[in-house]
Structures are given as structure tokens and as C-alpha cells.
Design a protein around this ligand. Sequence first.
Ligand SMILES: C[S@@+](CC[C@H](N)C(=O)[O-])C[C@H]1O[C@@H](n2cnc3c(N)ncnc32)[C@H](O)[C@@H]1O
Length: 405
Amino acid sequence: MKPAVARSIAHVRDRALTFCAGNRKLEQLVHAVEIIEQDRVPGIIVEAGVAMGGSAIVIGHAKTLGRPLRLYDVFAMMPAPGADDGPHANEVYRRFVARQSSSPTDRNYLDRVDDLAPFVVDNLRDAGLDLKRDSICLLKGDFRETLHGDEAVALAHIDCDWVESIRVCLERLTGRIPPGGIIVFDDYGSFEGCRRFLDAWIDDHPEFQVLSAEWSLVVRRYADQQKAGAARWQSSASVQGRWVARARLAAMLVPSGNSVLDLGAGGMAVGNYLLPSCRYTPSDVVKRREDCLVVNLDDMTTFPEDRFDTVLMLGVMEYLRNPAEVLARIAKTAPRLVMSYCIGTDEALAYRRAHGWINDFDEVGLRALLQRAGWTVERWLAIGIADRHMEVLIACNRSNLGSPS
Ligand SMILES: C[S@@+](CC[C@H](N)C(=O)[O-])C[C@H]1O[C@@H](n2cnc3c(N)ncnc32)[C@H](O)[C@@H]1O
């Protein structure tokens, strides 16, 4: 990250100018800007939901000067949630409007809520941005009235809390995102209604790949050359829910203080559930965020050289061409392995192939494979039956502990 961008994050956090302060949301947003800039994805940047301009300041510093940044908001009291948002969101809003919160950010916002646009302009300027030079403009009003146009949108930061507003944004923006373009949904991890709505949206939009679903949800439209592989990584609401449950259980099988390599980390959900004393290193075929190693398990030359205490491999082995080789290589990297596998059954073969699963071990076969690769099974947990498959979570120790090679 460029030093000026890191400084802008500290600037908005220190001055309580952003509702996106926590959970590395701003870092994740910067990473999205870096991706579209690096890949030269054409189009403007849209932020829908600006409040005091905190995240807009960070985007403004991370983007190239000439790429327009359009900031959409009512720049007045934020609209109320609806029934789809659920009781928690409605309660949060009620307390917020009644000024029952003591957070400096909430007070900062509520003190200026009658006319936020001049405050945002001042904040942008104080943070070293110049509207003209940096191609930034504010568009005031409800998204229904303001969010028009047909220019390509390389990045949309959708941070407007409530389902109805997000729905309008997606109606207006989805078709404008070019291949390689990104949408960051800030509120995915914050509000239940938003999460439910977006899980269904992802399900209906396989042309978008989920880059991360940690707190914000980050999705990227497949570039043309990636289309072939797209269907495989298409996520669905049910699968996402299952992944999180699996990640939670897997994290419980990792001892405290472990250094952990996550192979095929996907949404990196497991990183949220490991004990704080663990050090987490995600890896994937796609560089999903800054600290993610790029590892293609079909090409062992990309396998990391470092040693770890535990390797995690969740929802990955079904896709591997060379599972025996991968398992043996992991045994050189770590004395412990926690992995999942959907046990093969004959009648579900067509389903397996349709999902890109190219190996079909039954329990006996899988146990034998692990043993041959140098692993002793310590725990074998049946964690669910979905789509006619029994999924198991397996914790193993290296059989010949003490001789890593
Ligand atoms: C959580 S705040 C945005 C936080 C901001 N990105 C930051 O860094 O702090 C949500 C914003 O969305 C705006 N918003 C929500 N629904 C809207 C709509 N339908 N039209 C215009 N603005 C909307 C609200 O006014 C509010 O300022």
C-alpha cells in the first residue's frame, strides 16, 4: 500500500470520519482499488453511501488522478431500514436516531446531519484531496433520483446499509461493471438482511466471483478468459453457509499458537475463527488479498517452501488432479493437517463431475491415501450430508513425527 494511502486510513480513523473503521474494511477497499488500477479495468469509481466522506477519502488517495470518483448520498439523515433488514437493523437505527450511541463517529455525523455535503467537501480538502484535480464529485439525493448513466463502473463501493438501497444500487450498477470490475459491499457482515439479500444475489449472478466474504463482501466480474473456470467457483447461499460452519469446526482442531497455512483459502472464513495466538497465512490460485500467497496445487512448483505447524485444506481436495502428491508435499511442510472431503458415492457421480470434482474416494480409499502419504488420522468427523454427499472433516498428524523430509 502506498504510504499516502496508509496515512489517509489513519487520518479518517483518528478523526472519526468513517463508519468503515474496523475489521480491515478500508484495507480491503484499498486492495480492490489497487486491483482495478493494476489491471487497468476501464470505468469510473462509484461510492453509494458516503456519510462524512471517510471511505471516499481513502479511495481518493488510492486511485489514479484521472479516474473519476462519484460520491452518491442524500448527505442528510440516512434513510430508515425496512422490514427486509430485520429487527436488529431497525433497533440499531432507532437507537442511532435517538442519539443513544456515544461513539465519536456517530456524534460527528449527527452533529452535522442537516447538511453533510459541505462537511464532506471540507473533509476531502483537509485530507489533501482537490475535487477538480482528483476528479471527484458529489451527487446529492436518493439513489433512485441520482444513480443514472451508462458509463462503465470499474469499482462500486456500496455502503448504504439497507436492503432497499442496495437493491437500487445493484439494479443501476450491475450491468455497468465490465470484466474485471469489482463491487465491495460494506455491510455484508454487519446486517442480517443485507447478508441474506446478497447471498441470494450472488446465487443469481455466477458471472461474479467472490474474492472475500470476511466482513465486507468483495465480488469481481470474471474477465473473459476466466469464464471457463467461473462456474466451478460460483457460490450459492447454502454453500456459503456450509463453508462458514465448516471453517468454524476446522478452526477448533487447530492448537493455540500454531502457524497455519490455509490451502485454497477462498473467502478465508477460517481466519476469523482461529485462536488469536495463531498466525494465519491464506493461499489460493487467485491473490484474494494482500497477504494471500498464490499457490496452484496442480503445479507443485508454486507450493510454499516455508514450514508451518498446521496446514488447512477445506473444500479443495475434490478438485485436485494429484491428491496423493499434494498430501505427501503437505507432510513436508507441517506435522498436522486438517482437511475436508466429500466422500464419493456412485449415484452422485454426475453431480461430482458437474461441480468439477475429479476424484471420488470412499472412506476406505481416503484413509489408505492418507496413510500412504504419511498421515495418521487423529479425528474423523462427519460434518454434514448435503447434495447426497457425506462431508468429513479430518485431523491428521504426520506419522513419522520428527523427520520432516
Ligand atoms: C454507513 S454510511 C456510509 C459510510 C461511509 N462510506 C464511511 O466511510 O463512513 C451509509 C450512507 O448511505 C446513505 N444512503 C443509504 N441509502 C441511501 C439512498 N437510498 N440514497 C442515498 N443515500 C443513501 C446514507 O445517507 C449514509 O450516509
